[in-house]
Design a binder for this molecule. Structure first.
Ligand SMILES: Nc1nc2c(c(=O)[nH]1)N[C@H]1C(S)=C(S)[C@@H](COP(=O)(O)OP(=O)(O)OC[C@H]3O[C@@H](n4cnc5c(N)ncnc54)[C@H](O)[C@@H]3O)O[C@H]1N2
Ligand code: MOO
Length: 429
């Protein structure tokens, strides 16, 4: 006798999963490997940047007061008493009507308070001495990059939980972090089930399909910031699957299976959970696609039974697995970013359950517009490529028309600053 599954609301399902949030664990990685990781500690500036007053241009460092009378009718001439390149310090103090040839990035010599750009100076040689003359005044502070103008000592530059993008790598390098404290990446196991599955390198055979879900999920795992471990695909043989799941659980922090969670004769996931004594948190969610999403826990470890249907599997991952991965990184907002948008095309399907429609969002005159992407069935694989968001249509609704206000969940928000790129590109004229 088949037990009737009772769907629970999506929000409640997410909450049940989030109770299994990861314990944060830190590790040190070389700076070169820090990109794409999440910082495990705040980073504060232990010095000003720049650490000394410096020249932003190639030119001549002078005392501004000496330029007070300069004009095109009355050029003022300075004796060039030395030269200073970036990385060196000019030891002497510069005196009246003296100038020092200075390169970009070099410290301003003592006594000087302005820099004349090379292009504005006329240079000449006389009796083996170098001179330069100027035809205008230079106020104190002209062309000086002041100590601490970029970063002041003590400022918090990066926060714990922050994604390390290339800019963060630059800051870490600036402050001497050759080893960076980051959160350890959880290891997420992936198992595909189904006798119909072939691996991508295998030739198609009648009735068979290629296993796309395992590879898709491994990419999603990496995008979420974790490490994927693939245990392979297994046919619908209960005993084999029990052993594989049991052994895999020993090696991972969290395990995902795809397929075998529905009510078919070979949908063995419930039997596997029973055999390994895992506690089922829920086995039906009031959502489409992915209503069959099943989650169980065994000790501290969570087992996600995602749908075999590619789009349902994809959505199940983003809604349930991604946020729990993000708890390992102290992310303040582990869930997909939610924004309001305008629907860019009619979507009139009924939504008995909350529906997550794969969509492409972009800006149109400053307004976020979401257009459902392609083939909408939960078995679809084609519409996943272009989808950069999920439109959220509440359960019990239908008949959404172009122009209506809806909510979207952004899929490509990992780095925050890298989204949305298309309006940035548009702003270049
Ligand atoms: N009588 C009912 N049948 C079904 C129900 C139901 O409530 N009553 N639910 C349907 C819904 S909704 C979904 S979603 C699917 C979920 O099925 P499973 O999660 O058990 O997955 P499978 O049956 O194993 O496979 C479904 C579909 O996906 C293909 N598949 C499986 N694995 C992969 C993979 N790794 N890569 C690509 N494609 C995969 C598989 O061949 C099937 O076509 O059940 C409905 N049925
Ligand atoms: O639950 Mo199924 O995932 O709607 O297609």
């Amino acid at each position: 006798m088949l037990e009737k599954r009772k769907p629970i609301p999506v929000g409640e399902a997410v909450q049940r999963v989030m109770e299994y949030a990861f314990q944060e664990k830190k590790e040190l990685v070389p700076l070169l490997q820090a990109h794409g990781r999440f910082l495990a500690e705040d980073v504060a500036a232990d010095a000003d940047v720049p650490a000394f007053d410096r020249s932003p241009y190639d030119g001549f460092a002078i005392r501004s007061v000496d330029s007070n009378d300069a004009s095109s009718e009355n050029p003022v001439t300075f004796k060039v008493v030395g030269e200073i390149g970036a990385g060196f310090v000019f030891e002497d103090t510069v005196g009246q009507l003296e100038a020092v040839r200075i390169m970009t990035g070099a410290p301003i010599p003592k006594g000087c308070d302005a820099v004349v750009m090379l292009e504005l100076a006329h240079t000449f040689e006389e009796n083996n001495e170098m001179y330069m003359s100027i035809k205008r005044t230079f106020e104190a502070g002209t062309n000086i990059s002041y100590k601490g103008e970029d970063v002041q000592k003590g400022a918090i530059l990066l926060e714990k939980g922050q994604y390390i993008n290339p800019g963060a790598v630059a800051l870490l390098a600036t402050f001497g972090y050759d080893q960076v404290p980051v959160f350890r990446k959880p290891i997420i196991g992936v198992i595909a089930t189904g006798s119909e599955l072939l691996e991508p390198g295998e030739s198609l055979q009648p009735g068979k399909i290629r296993n796309s879900n395992a590879y898709m999920m491994m990419a999603q795992i990496e995008r979420a910031g974790a490490t994927a471990k693939y245990f392979g695909k297994f046919s619908d043989d209960l005993n084999v699957c029990i052993d594989v799941v049991k052994n895999a659980l020993e090696e991972v922090d969290l395990l995902i299976t795809t397929g075998g969670v529905s009510v078919g004769d070979y949908d063995y996931l419930p039997a596997i959970y029973e055999a390994i004594e895992a506690n089922v948190l829920f086995n039906k969610v009031a959502m489409r696609p992915g209503s069959v999403t099943t989650v169980a826990a065994r000790g501290e470890k969570v087992l996600f039974g995602l749908s075999g249907n590619p789009s349902a599997c994809f959505v199940g991952f983003e809604l349930f697995v991604r946020p729990i991965i993000r708890t390992a990184f102290s992310n303040k907002q582990p869930h997909l970013r939610r924004e309001s948008a305008v629907l860019g095309a009619d979507f009139t399907k009924a939504n008995p359950f909350t529906r997550f429609v794969r969509a492409t969002v972009s800006y149109d005159n400053g307004q976020l517009v979401a257009v459902p992407s392609g083939f909408d069935k939960s078995s679809a694989v084609s519409s996943l490529v272009e989808a950069n968001a999920l439109i959220v249509l509440p359960g019990g609704s239908r008949g959404y028309e172009k122009g209506m206000q809806i909510d979207v969940l952004l899929l490509e928000d990992l780095q925050g600053s890298e989204w949305p790129w298309n309006n940035i590109v548009k702003s270049y004229k």
